[in-house]
Design a protein around this ligand. Structure first.
Ligand SMILES: NC(=O)c1ccc[n+]([C@@H]2O[C@H](COP(=O)([O-])OP(=O)(O)OC[C@H]3O[C@@H](n4cnc5c(N)ncnc54)[C@H](OP(=O)(O)O)[C@@H]3O)[C@@H](O)[C@H]2O)c1
Length: 240
C-alpha cells in the first residue's frame, strides 16, 4: 500500500457540504472515496472532481462508492467494495444527513419522521463507523469526523426548531464520545459547519459550502491527532 497519500471516505458527498469536503480533501492530496446512495449523482460528482484535478494538473483521485447509510446491506457491500481497492482508511467523514421537520414542533413530530431522522443522522453514522473501523485501524492516524449541528447542542437549551433533527444531532454527539472512548488511538470528533447554503441550509444561509466544509476538512486532515471526543466549530471547541 502506498502511504504517500492519505485515504478518505465522505458519505453523502454527491452534493452540498459533503461534495465540497471531498473536493477540499482531494486538493489536500487525499485519495477520496465519494460516498453516495444515488449511483448517477455519485458517479457524476466523482467525475466532476476528477476532471477539475485534470484541468489544474492537481492531485488526488476521487472514486465513487455506493453507500446508503440507512441500509445495513448497502454499508456491508460498500465496505467490501472499498476493501477491494484499499486495505486502509485514514479519515471517515460521516456527513450524510437529512432534515425533515424544520416546520414541526416537538408535539407534532411523527414517529415516522423521528425514526427516519435518527436512523439516518445518528444510527447511520454509527453503522458506517463500525463497518469501516477495521480499515481505519490500519492507519497511522485514524480519524472519524461526525458532521453534527449547533442545533444538537444542549448547553443553551432548545429554541423549538426541527426537534427530530436536533435530537438526532445531540445523539450523534453521543456516538462521537462513545467511539472516542472505545478507540483511544483514533481522533473521533463532532463538528458543526455553521449555517451553510445547500439544499438543506437554503439560500439565506450565511456561509458558502467552502466555508462550511473548511472546519470538517481541518478535523479530517490537519487537527492534532490527540484532539478527540470533542465538538468543534471554526476550529474551536464548542459546548455539547
Ligand atoms: N446546511 C447547513 O446549514 C447545515 C448546518 C449544520 C449541519 N449540517 C449537516 O451537514 C451535513 C450535510 O448537509 P448539507 O447541507 O450538505 O445537506 P444536503 O445538501 O441536503 O446533502 C445531504 C447529503 O446527504 C445525503 N444523504 C441523505 N440520506 C442519505 C442516506 N441514507 N445515505 C447516503 N446519503 C444520504 C444526500 O444524498 P441524496 O442527494 O441522495 O439525497 C446528500 O448527498 C448533514 O449532516 C447536515 O445535517 C448542515
Amino acid at each position: 500500500m502506498n502511504r504517500s497519500h492519505r485515504i478518505a471516505l465522505v458519505t453523502g458527498a454527491n452534493k452540498g457540504i459533503g461534495f465540497e469536503v471531498a473536493r477540499q480533501l482531494r486538493r489536500e492530496r487525499f485519495r477520496v472515496f465519494l460516498g453516495a446512495r444515488n449511483e448517477g449523482g455519485g458517479k457524476a460528482a466523482a467525475e466532476k472532481l476528477n476532471s477539475e484535478a485534470r484541468q489544474k494538473e492537481d492531485y488526488g483521485e476521487v472514486t465513487f462508492l455506493k453507500i446508503d447509510i440507512t441500509d445495513q446491506e448497502s454499508i456491508k457491500r460498500a465496505a467490501e467494495e472499498f476493501g477491494k481497492q484499499s486495505d486502509r482508511l485514514d479519515a471517515l467523514v460521516n456527513n450524510a444527513g437529512i432534515l425533515l421537520d424544520d416546520d414541526k414542533d416537538v408535539l407534532a413530530v411523527t414517529s415516522d419522521i423521528f425514526e427516519t431522522t435518527l436512523r439516518t443522522n445518528t444510527l447511520g453514522a454509527l453503522l458506517v463507523s463500525q463497518a469501516f473501523v477495521p480499515f481505519l485501524k490500519k492507519s497511522d492516524a485514524p480519524r472519524i469526523v461526525n458532521v453534527s449541528s449547533g442545533g444538537g447542542q444542549l448547553a443553551d437549551g432548545a429554541d423549538g426548531w426541527a426537534p427530530a433533527y436536533c435530537i438526532s444531532k445531540t445523539a450523534v454527539n453521543g456516538v462521537t464520545v462513545q467511539l472516542a472512548a472505545k478507540l483511544p488511538n483514533f481522533a473521533v470528533n463532532s463538528v458543526c459547519p455553521g449555517w451553510v447554503r445547500t439544499d438543506m441550509g437554503g439560500l439565506n444561509a450565511t456561509r458558502s459550502v467552502a466555508e462550511g466544509a473548511s472546519g470538517i476538512v481541518w478535523l479530517a486532515a490537519e487537527a492534532l491527532q490527540k484532539e478527540t471526543g470533542k465538538f468543534w466549530r471554526d476550529r474551536k471547541v464548542i459546548p455539547w
